[in-house]
Design a protein. Structure first.
Length: 262
């Protein structure tokens, strides 16, 4: 069954045909009447051409059955034949624009029709498509909810991401949108100090005075480390020397490992 947009357009096309039949065989008693009918027919052609453009945008943005694409192509070819039979009512430039536009639309319809036929023959239906939200940025990636629910019962998020060729983050968002999964609970909830009844820890909660300057021997030992690179990223210090230097720093910074060393 044709959707309403195709049905509406078919009715408009038959109305245009009836107008052409009337103009072709009905007598025109006055020149003014002939001019009015001429302008009315031009307006009808322009309106139908705009309808075709809108329908073509619609089939590109929304999934359309191949049968409906074929019907739209047949209507467009019929419109082209009618326009050619009555090409004398158009200006030369307008007729050229109409001819070029119709051929381009027919080419786009054939390409889209062949693309959908090839996809159906490959045995992999289109379960992922782009949705234009009208906002800035890339279109929104949408996954068919029924397929998503079925596939998630047979594979993981990573497996779906690899199969569909999209990121795991996008798959996760679509799973949440479809209600297939639910947001997880933070395994490490933050407990306020008011709700905590633990005893204070002497190490973690202890008050330690800020250290003064490093002892001169530690500074001298650190400054004497030779470097292999001109910028000082690599050194020739041995493991024993490094252990000794760290032990001295640990003595001076008693909370090292609990708090970042400045």
């Amino acid at each position: 069954m044709r959707p309403p947009s195709f049905l509406k357009f078919s009715l408009l096309l038959w109305f245009l045909l009836s107008q052409l039949v009337t103009l072709g065989w009905a007598p025109n008693p006055t020149g003014n009447s002939n001019l009015n009918e001429h302008n009315g027919l031009l307006d009808a052609f322009r309106a139908h051409y705009a309808q075709f453009q809108a329908l073509l945008v619609n089939v590109y943005t929304k999934e359309t059955d191949t049968f409906l694409l074929q019907l739209l192509g047949e209507d467009l070819e019929e419109f082209d034949r009618i326009a050619e039979r009555h090409s004398n009512i158009f200006e030369v430039e307008e007729l050229q624009v109409l001819r070029t536009g119709v051929q381009l639309m027919l080419g786009d319809l054939r390409a889209l029709y062949n693309q959908q036929i090839e996809a159906s023959h490959s045995g992999r239906p289109a379960v992922i498509f782009s949705e234009y939200t009208g906002n800035c940025g890339r279109p929104r990636t949408v996954i068919h909810p029924e397929f998503l629910r079925w596939a998630y019962g047979h594979t993981t998020t990573s497996g779906l991401s690899h199969f569909l060729g999209i990121s795991r983050r996008t798959v996760r968002r679509r799973l949440l949108d479809a209600g297939v999964t639910f947001p997880g609970v933070n395994p490490f909830p933050t407990v306020s100090s008011e709700d905590s009844h633990d005893l204070p820890d002497p190490i973690l909660d202890g008050q330690v005075a800020e250290p003064m300057e490093l002892p001169e021997d530690v500074q001298a030992q650190a400054a004497s480390i030779a470097s292999r690179s001109p910028v000082g990223y690599l050194s020739t210090i041995t493991d024993e020397q490094l252990d000794a230097l760290i032990n001295q720093l640990r003595i001076h910074y008693s909370r090292a490992g609990i708090r970042m060393i400045d």
